[in-house]
Design a protein around this ligand. Structure first.
Ligand SMILES: CC(C)(COP(=O)(O)OP(=O)(O)OC[C@H]1O[C@@H](n2cnc3c(N)ncnc32)[C@H](O)[C@@H]1OP(=O)(O)O)[C@@H](O)C(=O)NCCC(=O)NCCS
Length: 180
């Protein structure tokens, strides 16, 4: 599924369009962008179009394109949603490096959590980041994610095995931090 339009102060989230695919594949050409990602080899255009199409029909995913200043700068989503137990796994790429460090991820993760807990019946969002991805860890923490575990030596990055740091935010904790 695609997510509906959500307007923030810095970013807006909107459903992807097929014409976003050519830009999206360029993000995976840059090793600085993919350094802390599981997907570190660029897909081709067909693959990206298929992924957008497949995800649109997947009842267990919600994805958005991230816009800033009227331009597409990234993609984010809630994946592998388990509706029975009410959790999903979140992920984000700000593919336009010029926009890093401006608070876009922090805001979009807050908007995404609000959507998950006020428009969907989810009770937990899970995520992870590889050790060293300071920006991802900080943005997640600002959206209420807590560190809950550590997968040792899960990824090979820059000549070293690095740990995966597991995080999650529970609905009840989010509600306490965001009273209506
Ligand atoms: C990780 C990523 C999503 C962060 O996006 P962003 O929009 O640059 O993050 P923000 O600007 O919201 O910054 C969040 C926090 O990290 C800090 N930060 C940003 N870039 C940083 C850097 N390179 N080093 C250290 N801290 C950094 C910010 O100061 C902010 O901290 P604060 O909350 O204390 O103010 C983005 O860098 C990205 O897409 N990277 C490539 C893909 C990726 O790694 N995705 C995440 C996989 S888990």
């Amino acid at each position: 599924m695609y997510g509906p339009v959500i307007q923030g102060k810095l970013v807006s989230l909107r459903p992807p369009r097929p014409e976003d695919a050519p830009l999206m594949i360029t993000w995976f050409e840059d090793m600085e962008i993919t350094r802390f990602l599981a997907l570190r080899h660029p897909p081709n255009l067909e693959y990206e179009k298929e992924w957008l199409d497949k995800t649109a029909r997947d009842p267990n995913s919600v994805i958005w394109v991230v816009e800033h200043g009227g331009a597409v700068v990234g993609v984010t989503g809630i994946h592998e949603i388990n509706w029975k137990f009410g959790y999903g796994t979140t992920g984000t790429i700000i593919g336009d490096k010029r926009q890093w460090g401006k608070g876009l991820a922090r805001e979009l993760m807050q908007l995404r959590a609000r959507y998950a807990f006020t428009e969907l019946p989810l009770r937990k969002l899970k995520s992870q980041y590889y050790d060293g991805n300071v920006a991802s860890g900080k943005a997640q923490a600002a959206a209420g994610y807590q560190v809950v575990g550590r997968g040792r030596k899960e990824a090979f990055i820059g000549g070293k095995w690095v740990d995966a740091i597991m995080t999650e935010v529970l609905r009840e904790d989010w509600e306490k931090a965001n009273p209506v």
